[in-house]
Design a protein around this ligand. Structure first.
Ligand code: ZN
Length: 340
């Protein structure tokens, strides 16, 4: 197991009271220190290169973000930069790229990039929703360039990853699967959004009504996420690991508990063991309650390290009505493509 962390992530400072506040970096650093003491490798990231970024972003976007260097700006109503953010965003994307290189190069089976800013809202040509570069998309494209025939990205952040979906929606070599609160920011992620052109069927959205509990996620994983991943047989499995569906999160409206994040991550680890010799790379997206973020990240890292663990889903005692409704909505859209 290798983790990526950098004290420099602290320098991507956002306005007081902003959810993406610098204290998030302190949580990530504390986790890296704890896991280092437990024997995990911890690496400092290097910057993503222009060529790596250009696989998923256009040159105009790179120019706009580079222009923020040395300045404090607001790129949209949610997305701020400090003078250091450009360099730090390059490190965040570079950390996930390096994680992919190590896992594809077999030096490590699993890697977790403890990065900020997050990435999954960043579009090909636009920063959005606290995200400057789409870290996971840049790294998925890098994995393809290194020879991975098929890459699967599972996004359990409470928000839909509009950027990742749009970047790969016409590409059958990259499967994007998202569970998210819906309707909610950023507005995309309906069940009927299944990709386009040759990529039809390779975008899978599991929209969940606000208030979803562990059982709803368990149903989504058992009925859709895991069966589709098994049929897709990725060469690399990536996780957009956001923890803002946690019951304590101030932004999300879901009721997911810390053990459920461990269970979701263990389910994905099991698929990776089965399909791609355990190759799995996760990167932090959202998660705005610092206590919940720390505990859930610890649980997720635990699920990816050491011997594979059987997924242990907690029981909240609440029926999975939201999960069942989401799966039922999806069936007709996906039946031409997958056996569910
Ligand atoms: Zn989020």
């Amino acid at each position: 197991m290798i983790l990526y962390a950098s004290t420099r992530f602290n320098e991507h400072v956002t306005p007081p009271g902003h959810p993406e506040r610098p204290e998030r970096s302190d949580v990530l650093d504390a986790i890296a220190a704890r896991w280092s003491a437990r024997g995990a490798d911890v690496a400092a990231p290097r910057a993503a290169t222009r060529d790596q970024l250009l696989r998923v972003h256009d040159a105009e976007h790179l120019r706009r973000i580079a222009e923020t260097a040395g300045r404090a700006t607001a790129l949209d109503p949610d997305t701020y930069t400090s003078p250091e953010s450009y360099e730090i965003a390059l490190l965040a994307a570079g950390a996930v790229v390096d994680a992919v290189e190590r896992v594809m190069g077999h030096s490590h089976r699993a890697a977790f990039a403890l990065v900020r800013p997050p990435g999954h809202h960043a579009e090909r040509n636009r920063a959005m929703g606290f995200c400057l570069f789409n870290n996971v998309a840049v790294a998925a494209a890098h994995a393809r360039a290194l020879g991975a025939g098929k890459v699967a990205i599972v996004d359990y952040d409470v928000h839909h990853g509009n950027g990742t979906q749009h970047i790969f929606e016409a590409d059958p070599a990259v499967l994007y699967v998202s569970t998210h609160q819906y309707p909610y920011y950023p507005g995309t992620g309906a069940a009927g959004e299944i990709g386009r052109e040759r990529g039809r069927g390779f975008t899978i959205n599991l929209p969940l009504e606000v208030g979803a509990v562990d059982e709803d996620y368990q149903v989504a994983f058992a009925r859709v996420v895991v069966p589709v991943l098994r049929q897709f047989e990725p060469d690399l499995l990536m996780i957009s690991a956001g923890f803002d569906a946690h019951e304590r999160d101030p932004l999300g409206g879901m009721r997911v508990t810390t053990p459920a994040f461990a269970a979701m991550t263990s389910e994905l680890r099991a698929v990776a063991e089965e399909c791609c010799r355990g190759r799995i790379v996760a990167a932090v997206e959202g998660g705005y309650d610092l206590q919940a973020l720390g505990a859930s990240l610890d649980a997720a890292i635990e699920s990816l390290s050491g011997d594979p663990k059987r997924p242990q889903w907690p029981s909240s005692g609440v029926a999975s009505t939201r999960g069942q409704a989401s799966v039922a909505q999806l069936g007709p859209c996906l039946s031409p493509y997958w056996t569910l």
